[in-house]
Design a protein around this ligand. Structure first.
Ligand code: ZN
Ligand code: ZN
Length: 434
């Protein structure tokens, strides 16, 4: 039995204390002699049987004049207690309880071990995901740095080339001037020699002189002209160029007129869609939405990353996102990923929801006038941004498979207010606020 050793020794010494020196067993009806020694009543009676006159204590040999002893109820009670706690049933019961307790401890320990393992796994996952994201962030910035670096090298090379050209021009002229000067000096020498000769002899003719070398007038170096290109808002110019190199940069979408519900009016340049009371006389087309006031963009995507921006202004009601190419366009359908729509929606001017099943209500601190939609086909991710400050509004992580088209619904406003349009933004070269 697995019990604490201290308890065992206490119990065994107590048992020894309560053992009769005659029968070497726990006292039965313990009695105490005048010498304070205890024995079983039957044992001491049997021991003294047949003895006449004085008797002795079997333990200390003390003599007593008569057979006298006292029943000791306290010792009797203790003996009963020890007998009970050392009985087989009692021990079995204690063993059972110990086993149960041990088992429950063991199970709890196992739970803790599993929990520690799960936490460690979680930490590994966090570290792995963070490392992947770190690599991604670094990659994106590396691309930006590369663009900047290339722009810088290109501009410095051009400056160097222009400097060399200017220096070359001056250099060429310098050489020409030097040559002319040498010719001039040659002629001067000849003239001086001829002049010296006239003192002695009669000069018959003038010396042969080299032809006078013509040197073009020095071209002016105009500091201003040279500097103009570089004394410019270089950061803005570079940012403008950089903007065109962004991957993904904003896609210049246009509406696909063939998909427009008959109540949608489309501008001539196909970037503005607005609900209209006059049903447009569109040609019948299988791509057309007939029940819901929807429209798609003409550009579909099925791989890579794409980003576009849409202006909704102060419209109190709209839906936008992406729709699978295969969506049913002839029935009234609840927009959800299950039916092929991944959307964000506004109702009643301030109730924003993501078109999950059921809808996910979004608490936005401000009302975006322009929305950015980011589609990562390979990662199956669709995210919506407030394009005014590029804060993330919502992400679908179980995005579409296969080809999708940017989707829009200007919705039927139904009120007396003038219908406001949805605009596809083509020139997002505006400073990001906030
Ligand atoms: Zn005894
Ligand atoms: Zn005694």
């Amino acid at each position: 039995m697995a019990a604490a050793p201290v308890a065992t020794s206490t119990k065994s010494s107590l048992r020894e204390e309560l053992t009769c020196a005659i029968c070497c067993d726990l006292f039965r009806e313990p009695v105490m002699l005048a010498c304070m020694h205890h024995f079983c009543k039957p044992c001491i009676s049997r021991y003294w049987r047949g003895t006449q006159g004085p008797v002795t204590c079997p333990q200390c040999r003390k003599e007593f004049s008569s057979k006298q002893f006292q029943t000791n109820y306290l010792v009797a009670a203790m003996v009963e207690k020890v007998r009970a706690t050392t009985s087989n049933t009692y021990i079995q019961n204690v063993e059972k309880r110990l086993k149960e307790s041990l088992e429950s401890h063991r199970l709890r320990r196992e739970d803790y071990i599993n929990s520690i393992r799960r936490d460690k796994d979680k930490m590994d996952t966090i570290k792995r995901v963070s490392a992947d994201l770190q690599a991604r962030v670094k990659g994106e910035f590396r691309a930006l740095h590369q663009i900047l670096h290339d722009e810088e090298s290109c501009m410095l090379e051009q400056l160097k080339r222009e400097q060399d050209e200017e220096l070359e021009k001056v250099h060429r002229r310098l050489e020409a001037v030097k040559l002319a000067m040498r010719e001039l000096e040659d002629n001067m020498t000849k003239l001086q020699q001829a002049s010296a000769a006239t003192e002695n002899i009669v000069l018959t003719e003038l010396p042969q002189l080299s032809a006078h070398v013509q040197v073009d007038t020095a071209p002016e170096f105009d500091v201003n002209t040279f500097s103009n290109k570089y004394m410019a808002p270089l950061q803005y110019i570079t940012w403008r160029k950089m903007f065109k190199s962004l991957k993904p940069g904003p896609s210049p979408l246009t509406f696909d007129v063939d998909t427009a519900h008959p109540s949608i009016y489309i501008s001539r340049d196909k970037t503005v869609a607005v609900e209209s009371d006059n049903t447009s006389l569109h040609t019948c087309h299988s791509k057309r939405f007939l029940q819901c006031v929807n429209i798609l963009a003409a550009q579909g995507f099925q791989s890579g990353q794409h980003y576009w921006e849409v202006e909704v202004g102060c419209k109190p009601k709209w839906d936008l996102g992406v729709a699978s190419e295969a969506v049913d366009r002839h029935s009234r359908i609840k927009l959800s990923p299950e039916t092929g729509y991944w959307t964000l929606r506004l109702r009643n001017g301030n109730e924003y929801s993501a078109g999950t099943q059921p809808w996910t209500r979004l608490q936005l601190s401000s009302s975006p006038q322009r929305l950015g939609v980011f589609l990562d086909c390979d990662e199956r991710r669709l995210s919506f941004y407030n394009a005014d400050n590029m804060s993330l509004l919502f992400s679908f992580t179980n995005g579409p498979r296969g080809k999708v088209y940017p989707f829009f619904s200007p919705c039927i406003s139904g009120g007396r207010q003038k219908a406001q349009p949805i605009k596809l933004l083509h020139h997002p070269l505006v400073a990001l606020s906030g």
